[in-house]
Design a protein around this ligand. Structure first.
Ligand SMILES: [Zn+2]
Ligand SMILES: [Zn+2]
Length: 263
């Protein structure tokens, strides 16, 4: 099993005890054999970083390689580790990573909808479901056009202000099919974000969230490739039952997960 979207304490929003060493230990305990670290990154060469993003530049994020070098074989847990990042997309084609910097990473994940960053990623006045829906779709298409993006982090499932069903259910099968066909054509990997999925399942009565099953099944039918991402910022998000749940969800959608999505 793999997990190519976990954070370490190099991300400002991660728990301070979430060192690479600790995260690898818990990944191993959950049966993960291929992992990818993907900390939040804003390239200093790209103007416009928020105060929160500014210290989390390429050099900062790549320092995880030094951390890895200092680990013993035993501490590396036999896990194949890729060094990636989760950058930012703020609309109008503005991605927080230069192409030449993207080459320094094994893979780049682009989040299309960090809409909780109001007045930065998301217009402050955007509150209505149809408006959010339109922007979700538009940003998804735009991210598919970022040539160095390996995959789209947590597509359609974050930052809908507790109104996910209302927002997502208003996107028709046809609209999803068109968006995911674009992703397939551009060879962008669609993330099964375990944190978002698990959180949603906990509040749902149908076990496997129906709206998620609907659009991930459409993505599979469109020929998309997929990867798993715990999006863990702390070890509790790496619990074995979460990965087991994600595998059950993927199977329900007819998705076959690769051992190593980056190979
Ligand atoms: Zn994210
Ligand atoms: Zn993340």
């Amino acid at each position: 099993m793999h997990d190519i979207h976990f954070h370490t304490n190099l991300s400002s929003c991660a728990k301070r005890e979430s060192s690479l060493k600790v995260m690898l230990k818990h990944l191993k305990e959950s049966g993960v054999t291929t992992a990818g670290v993907a900390n939040h990154t804003w390239d200093s060469k790209v103007p416009g970083a928020s105060a929160w993003y500014a210290p989390q530049n390429v050099e900062h994020v790549l320092s995880v390689k030094e951390e890895y070098k200092a680990l013993s074989e035993e501490e590396r847990c036999g896990i194949k580790l890729y060094f990636g990042c989760e950058t930012e997309y703020v609309g109008q084609g503005r991605v927080a990573l230069k192409r030449e910097s993207a080459r320094l990473f094994d893979f780049v994940l682009v989040p299309a909808h960090h809409f909780h960053m109001k007045n930065f990623v998301c217009p402050v006045e955007l509150e209505d479901a149809p408006g959010i829906r339109r922007l979700l779709l538009a940003r998804f298409y735009e991210c598919c056009n970022i040539d160095f993006a390996f995959g789209i982090a947590h597509p359609f499932v974050v930052s809908t202000a507790g109104r996910l069903d209302e927002v997502i259910s208003g996107i028709s099968d046809r609209e999803f099919a068109s968006a995911f066909s674009c992703a397939a054509e551009k060879n962008k990997s669609i993330e099964i974000n375990i944190s978002a999925l698990y959180q949603k399942a906990a509040s749902d009565t149908d076990g496997l969230p129906a709206e998620y099953v609907r659009f991930f099944t459409i993505a599979r039918e469109c020929g998309c490739k997929f990867h798993l991402g715990s999006d863990a910022h702390e070890v509790s998000r790496l619990a074995p039952e979460r990965f087991a749940f994600a595998q059950k969800f993927a199977a329900r959608c007819g998705i076959q997960l690769p051992d190593d999505p980056l190979k």
